[in-house]
Design a protein around this ligand. Structure first.
Ligand SMILES: [Zn+2]
Length: 514
């Protein structure tokens, strides 16, 4: 095989990118020369490669080009990912052109086909980095009270200490956050990722400017985010529900839901109003009603308690106005509802100020009959001495599995567990098979990487011994994680799944339906 210089390889790679963009990214014939010249200039290459190109794999081409950029001192090693995003951004249709294409497909084939187009463009442009996303572990736990999907997030690699240091230095005020509209085309820095490949679809929700984009994390099928054009805090009001119904009118194949607007029970970004959506594949959608009610003043609305771990009121109606009125009645009632027998206190006061604890996580969709459906998940974020992390938040015994907020995706039955758990589960399996000796003294040391799993290891070893087959060990660890996820969902239930808890739930519903 003939050896070629790095310059020659870079030139060939430029041609490969152009070939890819023509085939996958809608690069038009008249733009080919223009974009190629921009790429040559970027790499200070004086002329293009003229021969035929061989087969290639896009991510390998990007890797070679970002290595070349490091070699030429255009970037340093930590800037490679942002540089690859910049390259891909140069090959893509402009944001306005993308919206035009989206609208065209929506007009001819409907919004589901238009969303499929935008999603595929996201994958083909490497905005959604498929090879990384495919590293995530995922399995479904079948349980009588409702299946749970568990994912271990390996797509986001842990930052090196040097990257953490650079990220701290790079913190700036622009864009204000990761969701702001100003991310469109932004070059990124060590703290925030480059966004030349993101494409957003603008629209109005309840008369306000919003836009939609796909989540780079893709925790489930076509996981998308609706984002307010304005950087302002999360807030669940009557307008939230009108916006959500506008969204599902436009995208009936998706659900849309908002995290509760309070810490502990909310999402990780409370500073920018946004909703999460996507295909209706989350386990809660498949759950039947446990109990049904009618509202005398809203005859076209049906109300039910969902047969699920935590406390969900389902509101369904063909009539938009009645669905909205019902959902608002439950929201305002829950905001002020206290039932001390169930340990629910809606608000406390601190320094004379009201501190709100009751909140809801609303999810809107269209059901299989084409009716509007709201699933209202009742939440409360109060803490007390016995529950410093939250009365309805997993206690410390479950933190080895998940310590972070239990947000909208988890409460709907999809757990996103930290990447570290994959390696730790492996090490625990080795203890159960006897590959690693069980040493409680070593595990008791707080610096031991498995220290936080001490209780889990003790229980698994007692139940299974330490001479398990690989399969038995693996099944035992998975079963432990599955049970922990069930327990976490149970703790988030404000009305427990006991006779007393369900009687209390019934009392609350009767305060609204009268
Ligand atoms: Zn923002």
């Amino acid at each position: 095989m003939a050896r070629i210089s790095f310059e020659e390889q870079a030139k060939q790679n430029v041609n490969k990118l152009i070939d890819y963009a023509v085939k996958k990214l809608y690069l038009q014939e008249y733009d080919v020369v223009y974009v190629k010249n921009q790429l040559l200039d970027l790499f200070s290459l004086t002329e293009p490669y003229e021969g035929p190109i061989k087969d290639y794999e896009l991510y390998a081409v990007l890797d070679q080009l970002s290595d070349y950029a490091v070699r030429k001192k255009m970037i340093d090693e930590n800037g490679k990912l942002n540089f690859e995003t910049k390259l891909m951004g140069m090959l893509m249709p402009a944001p306005s052109k993308t919206v035009e294409m989206f609208d065209d497909i929506a007009a001819y084939k409907g919004t589901e086909a238009a969303c499929d187009f935008l999603f595929k463009l996201g994958e083909d442009s490497t905005y959604l980095r498929r090879p990384d996303l495919d590293k995530n572990l995922i399995w479904e736990h079948e349980a009588e009270r409702g299946n749970i999907i568990v994912t271990i997030n390996l797509a986001k690699p842990e930052k090196t200490p040097e990257q953490v240091r650079l990220a701290k230095l790079a913190k700036g005020g622009y864009p204000k956050c990761m969701l702001c509209a100003e991310n469109l085309g932004w070059a990124g820095n060590a703290a925030k990722p480059a966004r030349q490949t993101i494409r957003t679809i603008p629209f109005e929700l309840d008369g306000e400017k919003w836009f939609m984009q796909y989540s780079p994390y893709q925790y489930f099928a076509q996981h998308c985010i609706a984002v307010s054009a304005e950087h302002r805090p999360m807030c669940v009001t009557s307008s939230t529900f009108r916006r959500m119904l506008d969204f599902v009118d436009m995208f009936p194949h998706y659900f849309i839901g908002s995290n509760a607007a309070l810490p502990i029970v909310g999402g990780s970004i409370l500073a920018h109003d946004h909703y999460q959506g996507g295909k209706k594949v989350l386990p809660v959608f498949a759950r039947p009603a446990r109990r049904t009610y009618v509202m005398r003043n809203l005859p076209e609305v049906s109300i039910s308690i969902v047969d699920w771990y935590n406390s969900i009121i389902r509101i369904e109606s063909k009539n938009r106005a009645q669905a909205l009125e019902a959902v608002n009645s439950f929201r305002t009632a829950w905001d002020d509802y206290t039932d001390e027998t169930a340990n629910i206190i809606c608000a406390t006061s601190q320094d004379g100020e009201r501190v709100q604890h009751n909140a809801i996580t609303p999810i809107a969709s269209k059901n299989e009959r084409g009716e509007y459906q709201f699933n209202l998940i009742l939440r409360n974020n109060r803490t007390d001495e016995a529950h410093p992390f939250g009365i309805f938040h997993p206690a410390v015994e479950l933190h080895n599995i998940k310590q972070e907020s239990i947000g909208i995706i988890e409460v709907m039955g999809l757990f996103i567990l930290p990447g570290r758990l994959s390696e730790e589960a492996h090490a625990i399996r080795d203890i159960l098979t006897g590959k690693t000796p069980l040493d409680f003294k070593a595990l008791a040391d707080e610096t031991h990487p498995l220290h936080k799993h001490l209780t889990m290891i003790a229980q698994l070893a007692t139940d299974n011994g330490t001479d398990c087959s690989e399969k038995k060990a693996s099944d035992a660890v998975t079963a432990y994680i599955n049970t922990a996820c069930e327990k976490i969902l149970d703790t988030t239930a404000v009305f427990k799944n006991t006779d007393e808890g369900q009687a209390a739930f019934d009392r609350f519903i009767h305060t609204v339906i009268k």
